[in-house]
Design a binder for this molecule. Structure first.
Ligand SMILES: Cc1ncc(COP(=O)(O)O)c(C=O)c1O
Length: 423
């Protein structure tokens, strides 16, 4: 048996940089250790997955006359019918897009994770810099590290809102250091964010656009709207970069996913790109990756979307996630976590609670607190993973997506038990 360390294979720079992704580690820990309750992974609720809708779609496809094209390779960009339906859906949320929104601008990807990878792969070389929200999606941040790309946080104020003046100052510093020529893109998760559950106000998005414009930095923007459909009661009113005049002149890639909002197992994501050349490059690289997202999965979702089943599924899961959030939030409150000095806001959508522990408490990956939680049988995502640069060590992301109500309550209790020991 050879371990990786004893391998005689000579790896590329990319291969040498590749570290085990934390998400894969957390996912396998959750699946392997039976008694461990995972508040870490962003899995969805098994009991509300759309089994009936998927069964009906498969049956309808199988009964359809003509050739079973859905079991054949599809196209690199994705099924035209699905792209058309997704574009129409996008237009409902972004009416301003109307004039130039066409299905040709949309690509279907193997999850939105692939869309993120493609976008960065064609924009950045090792040593380049991407501006990211603070906190940000940690899998994206690890991907940047894997590609040798640096993340710089968009500064926020004490309330966690984007601070335009501080952003201006940090861009001026970057100019002085000769770094702005390596600044290649800006990325944010704008609706019920992973990890913070916060949504960006239009004014915050506009501030970023205005400051970049002022500094002459018309760089590509990636808006990750993975959780936009997962509001509990009200959609977030803020328009995306696709509809905001402040972003008019920027190349824009708006991406989202049907994994969280429909079925994680189908792994379908998509991106709408305003810039033809950028889209073309991403499609070329997608051709190298896989020359097309699984056609059958797309056909299933296309059938569901065409028949109105997606809206019905969303209507079904929104109250489920709201109730689950309340179970977890409720047990943390009831067991006395806030009395220990922990702070968090009650989310209005998404899958996560973002907790701030007292400043002196280290909750990072290899902290005594993290190990104590694992021994107690509860897993979380250490918040320090979610920062592009200097990371505070007193944040925790809890996901309420996958566990049942009773397990959420038990996991919450275990978590507070440990917090009391360290309190
Ligand atoms: C903010 C964000 N973007 C993108 C993704 C990627 O999701 P998928 O590849 O399943 O579409 C996730 C998954 O957790 C996410 O939280």
């Amino acid at each position: 048996m050879h371990s990786v360390n004893s391998s005689s294979v000579s790896f590329s720079a990319l291969g040498r940089r590749a570290e085990p992704p934390t998400i894969a580690r957390l996912m396998s820990m959750a699946l392997e250790q039976e008694k461990l309750l995972s508040l870490a992974v962003g899995f969805t609720d098994n009991r509300t997955l759309p089994v009936i809708g998927v069964e009906a779609a498969v049956e309808a496809l199988a009964r359809q006359s003509g050739e079973p094209e859905y079991l054949q390779y599809g196209t690199n960009q994705g099924r035209p019918g699905l792209r058309q339906l997704l574009t129409e859906r996008l237009l409902l949320a972004e009416p301003k897009l109307k004039a130039n929104a066409v299905a040709e601008s949309l690509m279907i990807t193997n999850g939105s994770q692939q869309a993120l990878y493609l976008a960065i792969q064609v924009l950045c070389d090792p040593g380049d810099i991407v501006l990211v929200d603070r906190p940000s999606y940690f899998v994206f941040l690890e991907m940047l590290t894997g590609l040798g790309v640096q993340a710089r946080s968009i500064p926020v104020n004490a309330a966690g809102r984007i601070d335009g003046e501080a952003l201006r100052q940090s861009l001026v510093e970057m100019e002085t250091n000769g770094e702005t020529k390596r600044l290649k893109a800006v990325y944010f998760v704008s609706y019920f964010s992973n990890p913070s559950a916060r949504s960006l106000a239009e004014s915050e998005k506009n501030t970023v656009a205005q400051v970049l414009t002022e500094r002459g930095l018309i760089i590509p923007v990636l808006e990750d709207a993975a959780y936009r459909d997962l509001y509990f009661r009200q959609p977030q009113a803020a328009r995306s970069v696709l509809g905001l005049p402040a972003w008019e002149t920027f190349p824009k890639f708006y991406l989202s996913t049907l994994t969280k909002s429909f079925a994680t197992g189908l792994k379908i994501g998509y991106g709408f790109c305003s810039d033809k050349a950028w889209l073309k490059k991403m499609l070329h690289v997608k051709g190298h990756h896989d020359f097309g997202t699984a056609n059958f999965n797309q056909a299933i979702f296309e059938h569901v979307l065409a028949g109105g089943g997606f809206g019905a599924q969303l209507a079904r899961i929104r109250p489920t996630y709201e109730a689950k959030m309340r179970w977890l939030h409720g047990v943390l409150e009831a067991e006395g976590l806030s009395a220990l000095g922990w702070r968090w806001a009650e989310p209005t959508g998404g899958l996560y609670l973002w907790l701030e522990a007292p400043l002196a408490l280290d909750t990072s990956m290899d902290s005594a607190f993290c190990h104590a939680c694992i021994r107690e049988g509860v897993l979380y995502v250490p918040g320090d993973l979610c920062f592009g640069d200097v990371a505070p060590k007193n944040f925790v992301r809890l996901s309420f997506g996958v566990l049942s109500e009773s397990d959420l309550v038990e996991a919450g209790r275990r978590f507070v038990t440990v917090a009391k020991r360290f309190g």
